[in-house]
Unconditional design. Structure first.
Length: 98
């Protein structure tokens, strides 16, 4: 295994803290720093899993539909053309699939 070396300038307080931590873990400073870098790189390389949105139960779905219909009725009461304009805007924003 070919090895390369790092040469870094760090504040004295960071050097002392790294030496102390390496000592507590029973490691040489170089071994401790190598393991810390490996941990950091592997943590950043791990894939980020997006949680699935929770399933909507029937009652929640019905409540959402009721709210949507109420909003539509209120909008139509204030301006009868508003629903047609919203539909046109949605069609212009949605990418057309062919």
């Amino acid at each position: 295994m070919k090895e390369s070396y790092f040469k870094a300038r760090v504040p004295a307080a960071l050097h002392e803290a790294a030496c102390a931590r390496a000592g507590r873990e029973g490691l040489r400073l170089g071994t401790y720093i190598r393991e810390a870098i490996e941990r950091d790189l592997s943590a950043k390389a791990a894939p980020i899993v997006q949680p699935q949105p929770p399933a909507i139960d029937h009652e929640t779905r019905m409540t959402l539909q009721e709210i949507r219909l109420l909003a539509r009725e209120l909008a139509m009461a204030s301006n009868a053309q508003i629903v047609a304009r919203v539909v046109a805007q949605l069609k212009s924003q949605t990418p057309q699939s062919t």
